[in-house]
Design a binder for this molecule. Structure first.
Ligand SMILES: NC(=O)c1ccc[n+]([C@@H]2O[C@H](COP(=O)([O-])OP(=O)(O)OC[C@H]3O[C@@H](n4cnc5c(N)ncnc54)[C@H](OP(=O)(O)O)[C@@H]3O)[C@@H](O)[C@H]2O)c1
Length: 261
């Protein structure tokens, strides 16, 4: 099958975006891409809306849709600053999700492939998560559960994904670490489409990511002179294969493309 035309899908999906819609984390890597694709999103900065205390803002603005992309994402720092990481990722998500439930807003939570152990790869939505490899991953898994506990499942969409900045910044990349991570500008149109279509997705969890390949193969796509290395040389323990199975999303898109066609 040909790769779907993600830009065309987004164009078709865009009228479905619930309004008004709030994006948290709008200044982040993903947030900046989403704001470009969906400029109608309201994206207050952290001084206006701290996700740890969102109730007053939400009660006042009453968005119909909340896309929660803000998080404490520094994996190394999370090991040292656990309280800050937990407060942002778990309490923050719970507070937002509870407020969303109160005002009847749909809630889209951006989550991560790191909720899985990374042993076998090809993880499906219903696979059992964990054991997680670091504190950041623990906080994201707890955040998912906090959101699930706060609202009916038909109001919630958890999107597990994996992306990186637009360029490969390192001189080396691992040939023995498999991932479905992709460059954020490539994934953003898919993620934006899922956000627009959140009310139509007949499930509460979905994986949206690139094709499975080694980190080295991914790096070479944007840095052809990158050198091969092994994950066993890294100073921290890294998973062998944390790739996500994206068949649920692709199947939905295939059906939807027919409907949209
Ligand atoms: N990057 C990845 O590889 C990856 C992979 C899978 C999933 N994810 C998830 O995708 C989402 C976006 O990640 P990203 O890489 O784009 O993040 P990022 O670049 O690190 O940006 C984090 C965003 O969260 C905001 N934020 C942090 N604490 C906040 C608070 N207390 N109140 C309000 N805003 C706060 C930051 O605001 P400031 O600008 O004010 O700091 C920033 O906008 C996150 O949920 C992350 O867990 C990321």
């Amino acid at each position: 099958m040909n790769a779907p035309d993600w830009t065309a899908l987004l164009q078709a999906a865009r009228p479905e975006l619930a309004q008004p819609a709030l994006l948290t984390g709008g200044s982040g890597r993903l947030g900046r891409e989403l704001r470009q694709l969906l400029p109608e999103l309201q994206a207050p900065g952290r001084t206006e809306l701290d996700v740890r205390e969102p109730a007053a803002w939400l009660e006042r603005e009453r968005p119909a849709l909340i896309i929660h992309a803000a998080a404490f994402t520094d994996v190394a720092a999370a090991e040292e600053r656990r309280g800050e990481c937990w407060n942002t990722n778990v309490h923050g998500t719970r507070s937002l999700a509870r407020a969303a439930a109160r005002i009847g807003a749909r809630f889209v939570l951006i989550s991560t492939d790191y909720v899985f152990a990374g042993l076998n790869g090809n993880y499906q939505e219903e696979d059992t998560p964990g054991p997680v490899r670091n504190y950041y991953a623990l906080s994201k898994l707890a955040a998912e559960e906090a959101a699930r506990g706060a609202m009916p499942e038909e109001q919630l969409l958890v999107i597990r994904t994996s992306f990186r900045a637009r360029e490969w910044p390192h001189e080396r990349a691992f040939t023995d670490l498999y991932t479905s991570q992709d460059y954020v500008d490539r994934l953003a149109p898919q993620l934006a489409s899922a956000i627009c279509l959140a009310g139509h997705l007949p499930f509460d969890t979905v994986h949206i990511a690139g094709p499975r390949r080694s980190s080295f193969e991914l790096a070479r796509e944007r840095r052809p002179d990158v050198q091969a290395a092994s994950r066993l040389e890294a100073p921290v323990k890294l998973p062998a294969d944390v790739s996500l199975n994206t068949e649920r999303w692709l199947e939905f898109v295939r059906e939807r493309s027919l409907l949209l066609g």
